[in-house]
Design a protein around this ligand. Structure first.
Ligand SMILES: [Zn+2]
Ligand SMILES: [Zn+2]
Length: 277
């Protein structure tokens, strides 16, 4: 069974985890994990308007984001060697295609020392990214987009993940069908988008995670097993991610996910290894 996790969060600096970095690291060490990757959210975009007060981990400028990233790195550096576990430093990065985002992101990244980045998308957006809405806050949108507009936004959401895959920034891609927990993108019309993700992963040989948090919310991991099956024997690598926000989440449902991979005929050689980081 996989004895590491590379996708975890904590509650430092208003991030959305529910324990300190040290509590998470100590718990992972006590569990016998060899490595914990700590990947708080990196969410910044010039056009994020809503929820900035309610949501202190969203930023609309790179200067503040960078300060927060530096503190994230510093907290983890200070914990290295304290517990019997290797600590990797990363970010779960919300990818955007806006030119200003790309420029700001690349500049910021060149000044930060991180081990790896996870690519993610937690937003619905229109094509030019003048409108952005974190999917969690869709419920608060007033007026709520009508059905046709919502479907267009979900298609764009999948296009954004495809662009994240093709960007080459990310060691692996998080929860490919994250929006399923909000009951979005599950209809047949979105299969074409999902096949495009599959094709992009294969073409670029970008790794993807099997996010086991899904078992707690929709009784299956992200992505759906049929998508995992489509990627078997393609040379694309995968790993298990618990997406822990609490010490109790560490390694959650790893045994079920290992069994699923076996049932789907996943080649053990196509597992992302720590050495690949
Ligand atoms: Zn996520
Ligand atoms: Zn996460």
């Amino acid at each position: 069974m996989q004895n590491f996790t590379l996708h975890t969060h904590n509650g430092e600096q208003h991030f959305d985890g529910r324990a300190s970095a040290e509590t998470m690291i100590a718990a992972a060490a006590a569990k016998g994990f060899a490595t914990i990757g700590v990947t708080n959210h990196l969410i910044v975009h010039p056009n994020i308007k809503q929820n900035l007060e309610k949501e202190p981990m969203f930023f609309n400028n790179f200067a503040d984001m960078e300060k927060t990233c530096r503190r994230h790195i510093e907290i983890l550096q200070n914990l290295k060697g304290k517990y019997n576990i290797d600590i990797k430093i990363g970010f779960e990065t919300d990818f955007f295609t806006h030119k200003e985002w790309r420029n700001g992101f690349e500049k910021m990244l060149s000044r930060l020392e991180v081990d790896y980045l996870i690519g993610a998308s937690h937003f619905l957006k229109n094509e030019d990214e003048s409108f952005l809405c974190n999917i969690y806050y869709l419920k608060d949108l007033n007026p709520r987009p009508d059905d046709a507009a919502l479907r267009r936004l979900v298609h764009n959401h999948y296009r954004n993940i495809e662009a994240a895959i093709r960007s080459g920034y990310f060691r692996f891609i998080a929860h490919l069908d994250y929006c399923a927990i909000f009951d979005l993108g599950e209809e047949e019309e979105f299969n074409e988008d999902k096949y495009r993700l599959i094709a992009a992963l294969k073409e670029t040989k970008t790794a993807f995670e099997i996010n086991t948090s899904g078992y707690d919310r929709i009784n299956r991991p992200h992505p759906a097993p049929w998508i995992i099956k489509e990627l078997a024997d393609s040379g694309v690598k995968t790993l298990l991610s618990d997406d822990s926000h609490h010490p109790d989440h560490l390694g959650r449902h790893f045994a079920e996910a290992e069994t699923l991979l076996e049932e789907l005929g996943w080649n053990p050689a196509d597992r992302l290894q720590l050495a690949d980081l």
